[in-house]
Ligand binder design. Structure first.
Ligand SMILES: [Zn+2]
Length: 231
């Protein structure tokens, strides 16, 4: 079984920048820590203003060649799905069933109430935000936040457990577009190797794990994976 593990690099050709890269979003906008989001209405408002700005610049992003190649692998039964650090929902859009996309950092294309879990669509939150200039709260009184894992917020336990189980079971751990520096991403390739899997890394830049990999393809991801798209 092949387990693809994807990061920001698979989505850059879709127009979604790597937030953590030098000059990227998080080097220009100080991340809002989860505790500060909870404590400050101003920061909740700021957090939503940033989210709406993202919507304007790449809300219409479509899956790229890497996404389509992995969706082809999935359709052929060679992979049970994908583990991703991305929050952009593009694996689902490319045809991988939502329940087979394990999202380590959540999903930014919808929001939930932090108290009761009620789902909210971004457009609905925006309409309410623009009506009175503030981030709306849930009917239950809870704060509404994008379904992402914020800086300072606990990792999602279920996603972590599923990612670990898939990693232990795979024969081939296929890194696509992740530099493997952000925790917990860095733990998975080592776990796969310990359990006897082969490690293949497709990334435009060098990674911490290149020396442990069985194969490193240091190339543009779309170019490298395009031949694997089946129609
Ligand atoms: Zn609620």
């Amino acid at each position: 079984m092949i387990l693809p593990f994807t990061g920001a690099g698979i989505s850059t050709e879709c127009g979604i920048p790597d937030f953590r890269s030098p000059g990227g979003f998080w080097t220009r906008n100080k991340p809002i820590q989860f505790d500060d989001f909870l404590a400050s209405r101003d920061l909740r408002d700021e957090s939503w203003r940033r989210r709406f700005a993202m919507e304007d610049s790449f809300g219409g992003a479509k899956p790229g060649r890497g996404h389509h190649a992995l969706a082809s692998l999935y359709r052929s039964g060679k992979t049970p799905g994908v583990v991703t650090q991305n929050i952009d929902n593009l694996h689902q859009v490319s045809g991988i069933a939502a329940e087979h996309v394990v999202e380590l950092h959540g999903n930014t294309t919808f929001a939930t109430c932090l108290d009761c879990g009620q789902r909210y669509e971004i457009a609905e939150v925006r309409t309410r935000f623009e009506a009175d200039g503030h981030a709306p709260d849930c009917a239950c009184g809870g704060f509404i936040k994008t379904a992402t894992v914020s800086f300072g917020q606990a990792m999602p336990e279920t996603a972590m457990r599923r990612a670990e189980a898939l990693t232990r079971d795979c024969d081939l751990f296929l890194v696509v577009g992740s530099s493997l520096v952000v925790w917990p991403a860095a733990g998975f390739p080592a776990m796969a190797k310990r359990n006897g899997a082969a490690l293949v890394i497709v990334n435009r830049e060098a990674t911490e794990f290149d020396e442990f990999a069985d194969l490193v393809i240091r190339q543009d991801i779309g170019d490298a994976l395009a031949p694997f798209i089946s129609h």
